[in-house]
Design a protein around this ligand. Structure first.
Ligand SMILES: [Zn+2]
Ligand SMILES: [Zn+2]
Length: 329
């Protein structure tokens, strides 16, 4: 199966920059592209917090981490989720960072907020290189820059290969080929990230070529460019980096900075509402959340994260205030 036989796909579809993008129902839904079971509905699974692991009919909840599989026709997604994971915060209705797929007709503020966050995330993925916001728990030796790898620990092929010890056997690409093409396994589903550019790809189908997909989704990656130059000279680079005709971006571009109306909309998120109930100043909450969304493209994933962000923001204001007031006249 050659890459020429593949359907052209929008660049945003299989990309990710952070594992926490699984908090979006729309992202979870995309992991079910090769879902093999007719017994459980992928829409219902994604709605209930699950993503597809790529192995048999196994799914995993983003919020409690529980794996469930071997779905039978009479199974009910929510009933089974609650039975096997009664402690799941999502099932219990506690605050999570879940971003449901809002029906586009929804015209209340929460519905508008969810639709906005979904569109904002999709637009950033489609139009922006990863900003080295990987979440693999490795310590970085230096702050990443354009030349600096996102995960310098994995610059060697054999160290990347070792991250694939729990790679799902049913996944569409082989661990050896992925490690060769610069990827490390995140431990989640079939999600891998490039050690150099930090770009992530998921939902591997049989016949996918890791080098070609790396070049297609992250054409500016220095590791890919170096490889292509070695492989085929300048013409080889041209061929992979500029497929003809290039598929039109499916997601419209938009400014990353939030408008005042969009920032105001953030205050309708349940986590923001809880902060306001706790007595935090609404301008502080709004500005802190605005910065968080503009920086990462995602809303906070928990109340604790939101609290940290708000406290950090208050600290930064106080610091700049005391710097100004202690400056000699
Ligand atoms: Zn759960
Ligand atoms: Zn890369």
């Amino acid at each position: 199966m050659g890459s020429t036989e593949r359907e052209p796909e929008p660049r945003g579809e299989r990309r990710f920059h952070q594992l926490s993008s699984l908090q979006l129902e729309s992202v979870r839904r995309r992991t079910f592209a090769s879902w093999p079971s007719a017994s459980a509905d992928p829409d219902a699974l994604a709605r209930d917090g699950f993503f597809y692991t790529g192995e048999k009919d196994h799914v995993r909840c983003v919020f409690c981490g529980r794996h469930i599989g071997a779905w039978a026709p009479d199974d009910h997604v929510r009933t089974d989720h609650a039975r096997y994971s009664p402690e799941c915060s999502f099932v219990a209705g506690h605050l999570t960072g879940n971003i449901p797929r809002a029906p586009r007709t929804h015209d209340d503020d929460a519905g508008r907020l969810y639709a906005f966050l979904d569109d904002y995330h999709a637009s950033r993925l489609a139009h922006r290189p990863p900003a080295h916001e990987g979440e693999i728990s490795v310590r970085r030796r230096a702050p990443p820059s354009d030349e600096q790898p996102a995960f310098p620990e994995f610059a060697r092929r054999d160290t990347r290969r070792r991250t694939f010890s729990a790679w799902p056997g049913g996944a569409g690409a082989r661990a050896d080929s992925l490690a060769e093409a610069g990827f490390i396994y995140t431990g989640v589903g079939d999600w891998v990230q490039c050690f150099q550019c930090g770009g992530g790809i998921h939902t591997w189908r049989h016949g996918d070529d890791p080098w070609a997909d790396h070049a297609y989704f992250y054409p500016y990656c220095p590791f890919v460019r170096e490889h292509m130059e070695q492989e085929g000279g300048a013409s080889g680079v041209e061929e992979v980096l500029a497929p003809s005709p290039p598929p039109a971006p499916s997601v419209p571009s938009r400014p990353e900075e939030l408008s005042p109306e969009e920032a105001e909309l953030l205050l309708h998120h349940p986590i923001a509402q809880r902060l306001l109930c706790k007595g935090f100043d609404h301008r502080i909450v709004k500005e802190a959340l605005k910065q968080k969304v503009e920086k990462s493209g995602l809303m906070c994933s928990s109340l604790n994260e939101a609290l940290e962000i708000v406290f950090d923001y208050e600290d930064s204001i106080n610091e700049s205030f005391s710097e100004k007031s202690t400056k000699p006249q």
